[in-house]
Design a protein around this ligand. Structure first.
Ligand code: ZN
Length: 179
């Protein structure tokens, strides 16, 4: 493994451990003694996603990650939640042992998990993914969530209503300690 600092071709492995997606190795350059990390990933069989319009594209976890990061932005979720969710969905998909899956199935698997994690993130993701074209569909979905039929398991889940901007506005107008 070529050293990224001095480009010497040899390095020695000083630590090696299994991680979710493969093996992580700490290496030390035999020349300049710089340390760096390499990851060895298991090359899985290609998995294709069939889009609604019939197009086929390779499953792209980076794309799924970025969509979920947008949906989960500023939500009170523990660090690593999004990565874990994507890992779970990907391993469930691979466990199916198929080479092709419908994009709707991937979306449903993500939404199923998001729904119990965080309602706001779920509605954000679903509104992009399901393309809620009319407000009525979105309103029904939000009502279902608010009625508690889909109760989140996360103990720190914030109530869906009132929406955050209102809550923030109220705090700003009447700061703590003032009559
Ligand atoms: Zn080096």
């Amino acid at each position: 493994m070529r050293c990224p600092y001095c480009h010497h071709p040899d390095s020695r492995v000083i630590d090696s451990r299994d991680v979710d997606t493969g093996i992580r190795r700490r290496r030390e350059c035999v020349e300049c003694k710089s340390r760096f990390t390499t990851y060895e990933r298991i090359e899985a069989q290609a998995l294709y996603v069939i889009k609604k319009d019939g197009r086929r594209e390779e499953f792209d976890r980076t794309k799924l990650l970025s969509g979920l990061r947008i949906a989960c932005a500023k939500r009170p979720l523990p660090i690593g939640t999004v990565e874990r969710l994507v890992n779970d969905v990907e391993s469930d998909l691979r466990r199916l042992g198929r080479t092709e899956v419908a994009s709707t199935m991937v979306g449903e698997m993500v939404m199923e998990r998001l729904k119990v994690l965080d309602h706001i993130a779920y509605v954000r993701f679903a509104s992009v993914y399901r393309e809620f074209t009319d407000l009525e569909t979105l309103r029904r979905e939000v009502e279902t969530l608010a009625s508690g039929r889909e109760r989140p398991s996360a103990p720190n889940q914030l109530p869906l209503l009132p929406p955050e901007p209102l809550a923030l506005g109220r705090r700003r107008r009447r700061p703590a300690g003032q009559p």
